[in-house]
Design a protein. Structure first.
Length: 701
């Protein structure tokens, strides 16, 4: 099951987050105290891998604590949408008698009592009637075939009986005034058709086969009428719950110390009144000892010496104590070797070796590496290494054999890492997301990928003092809090510009954010297919509108006066900018201005027209035009710019296209390109246009 989106309600500081769409990797960025952690905690408590119980004093919103506490039925605090795997959807489809499309998407909610609510939002409500014309056609076809068939004389009486019964059934249809046949009337028709004298018919004869087929068709119609909505099927709901991914949550509070005092560990593991920091630390220690395959009490017992007050130990007692300590050392050595081996597949900042040591009441973790072979306590190494090891243990133990399906929730990951290591951590997230979805909070621009801004959500306190989440990353013209929350995005874009200048990346200036989404997705597609192999990273830098291009391009030019490529729409404003650039900065370098219309050979074409018409039209229809009488993807015209068609269609159908709608479509198109059926399988022309754009850019890459 893949998480598509979630919504937090009435949880701590979050009144209503609104729907938060989730990708393979999703970043929640925002200022301190904006509520980012509470969003993760609510999602974690939907189905925590371990612990994560609901705590009224912590989880109920303070202003509604008395109200919710007194409710007999507690409110829902987390709502989610998941996409089922094909095999699970097929199993539920067969179970409920619906199509796979009906049950492919499931909704899962949970209230403060721990009760789950399972739904299938795409499944239509069950029909309570059948069209009269459908039943009438079945009866008339059956009558026609019975009347015109050549049969033996012995069956003639039955033929006449069958025709008579069909006429009775047709007379019932004649009493129907609204062209709808309900269950009661259809059952009456089935009864009329089923009552016949069996001795008048020969088994497997034409008439008998004809009658059986008609009755079976009526029975199928009755099944459709009687069929309940799939979410009323308890077995289907249980299947969803049994396959619900577990959530693994981790914050910096759980970082391991190098020296662990076992009596305190044992005490804290048995307490249920710890503060958040102590609770997180105890949780990490718990999974550490699970990894070692011993509980701390046993480790403590295995390391005990003979009590001095009992006198001199015998040789047998000395041997017993030595054997226990030897057993403990072997177990710890085995666990150390396993951790060292597995950890190297994750951490790329060095070849680290771990050693677990138990000494009396103390348990220590020692670390060495190739550059520093001498062992140092974990606490003496970087806090980044402490975080990564602690997170690794939580993930490894809590997700166990189901870790491929676990969804990881990371609160401020890698906050103490060096910026370069944070970049490595970002790459690690990308690799881990192939098997595990990730949602993480951050302040760091080094953990925000300029190439994947569609994965970033802004978290801020709105004008009512409540936590709010938005995927609109524009500077928050009307909300200074939002503008502050997305500063890491601006910084990330600035860093990408710096990388361009300092590390030799290839910059390409585009008009806006939607162009950046489209072109970066095209780049990733072509690289993934092996159709381009750029020698340098290609960075698309949005100029904030066509007017900003003339300002951004000189800045990107850098010290070597190498002009960046510019990609422009071929609408009137794009053509105007082309003339302006050619007459000034790009005079004599017009080959570095790429016009979409010239690539596609379509007048006034925009970046959106680089995508197959059917592919983009379906996304637009589903997202914004689904209230129209006609489907936009049925009326869209080829070889004509699609954006004016969308705007005209929306106006005709009285649909208001919200501000920033083109950016939202670009995000969905980028996601769909990599997650769905390849839209270019049968569209060689578009593929050639994509390759042409990058062949121009690659001349300098």
């Amino acid at each position: 099951m893949k998480l598509l989106k979630f919504r937090v309600l009435n949880f701590r500081s979050v009144d209503d987050s609104g729907w938060i769409e989730v990708d393979s990797v999703t970043s929640l960025i925002g200022t301190n105290e904006s509520g980012k952690t509470n969003l993760l905690l609510a999602l974690w408590k939907l189905n925590p891998a371990q612990d994560g119980e609901i705590k009224p004093t912590a989880d109920y919103p303070r202003k509604r604590f008395n109200e919710i506490r007194s409710m007999s039925s507690k409110p829902v605090f987390i709502s989610t949408y998941f996409e089922l795997s094909n095999s699970l959807a097929e199993e539920i489809s067969n179970l409920t008698g619906t199509t796979i499309d009906d049950v492919k998407i499931t909704s899962v909610q949970k209230d403060f009592d721990g009760t789950y609510y399972i739904g299938f939002p795409d499944a239509l409500q069950p029909l309570r009637y059948i069209d009269k014309s459908e039943v009438q056609k079945l009866l008339l076809d059956t009558k026609s075939k019975a009347s015109t068939s050549t049969i033996d004389e012995i069956e003639e009486d039955f033929r006449q009986d069958l025709i008579s019964r069909i006429d009775q059934a047709l007379s019932i249809l004649g009493t129907v005034k609204d062209d709808r046949i309900d269950q009661k009337k259809l059952e009456k028709i089935e009864l009329i058709m089923s009552e016949y004298e069996s001795e008048n018919i020969r088994e497997n004869s034409f008439i008998e086969t004809l009658l059986t087929s008609a009755i079976e068709s009526i029975d199928d119609m009755l099944k459709v009428i009687k069929r309940p909505h799939p979410q009323k099927n308890q077995e289907a709901r249980t299947l969803v719950l049994n396959n619900l991914p577990v959530f693994v949550y981790y914050s910096n509070y759980g970082n391991l110390d190098s020296e662990i005092y076992l009596p305190h560990v044992i005490e804290n593991l048995n307490r249920d009144n710890l503060g958040s920091r102590e609770e997180a630390k105890a949780r990490t220690l718990k999974v550490l000892f699970e990894f070692v395959n011993l509980d701390p009490t046993e480790i403590l017992e295995l390391g005990k010496d003979f009590p001095i007050q009992q006198g001199r130990p015998s040789e047998e007692q000395i041997q017993e104590i030595a054997e226990k300590k030897k057993q403990r050392d072997i177990l710890l050595q085995s666990a150390s070797t396993e951790l060292t081996h597995k950890f190297r597949d994750w951490w790329k900042q060095g070849e680290y070796r771990f050693r677990f040591q138990a000494d009396g009441d103390h348990f220590r973790i020692w670390v060495s590496d190739d550059k520093r072979p001498e062992e140092i306590e974990l606490e003496g190494r970087s806090t980044g290494l402490q975080w990564f090891l602690s997170f690794y243990l939580i993930f490894l133990v809590e997700s166990e054999d189901t870790h491929k399906d676990a969804i990881l929730l990371l609160d401020e990951p890698g906050m103490t890492l060096h910026p370069i290591a944070q970049r490595d951590l970002s790459e690690f997230f990308a690799n881990l997301s192939k098997t595990n979805q990730l949602v993480y909070t951050t302040h760091s621009p080094f953990l925000v990928s300029p190439d994947h801004l569609e994965r970033v959500k802004s978290v801020y306190i709105n004008e009512n003092g409540l936590t709010f989440v938005s995927s609109d990353l524009r500077a928050g013209e009307k909300n200074s809090a939002q503008s502050q929350s997305i500063y890491p995005v601006h910084a990330a874009l600035g860093l990408s510009v710096s990388d361009t200048l300092l590390q030799g990346c290839q910059p390409v200036v585009v008009e806006g954010a939607s162009d950046q989404y489209y072109l970066s997705s095209i780049k990733n597609y072509l690289i993934g297919k092996g159709l381009i192999k750029p020698k340098r990273e290609i960075i698309f830098i949005p100029a904030g509108g066509v007017k900003g291009i003339s300002l951004i391009a000189p800045i990107i030019m850098g010290k070597d006066d190498n002009l960046p490529y510019v990609i422009l729409d071929s609408d009137s404003s794009g053509q105007g900018m082309e003339k302006q650039l050619n007459s000034n900065l790009y005079n004599g370098a017009s080959d570095k201005i790429i016009m979409i219309g010239k690539i596609l050979n379509i007048e006034n074409a925009e970046v959106e027209d680089l995508f197959p018409r059917e592919f983009l039209a379906k996304i637009i229809t589903k997202t914004y035009l689904n209230r129209a009488i006609d489907d936009f993807d049925d009326v869209v015209v080829e070889d004509t710019p699609i954006i004016p068609q969308v705007e005209q269609f929306a106006k005709k159908n009285n649909i208001n296209l919200e501000k920033g709608w083109k950016v939202e479509i670009a995000k969905k198109a980028k996601t769909s390109l990599v997650s769905g059926k390849d839209p270019l399988d049968k569209n060689q022309h578009i593929l050639e246009c994509w390759k042409e754009i990058f062949s121009k850019i690659e001349n300098e890459v």
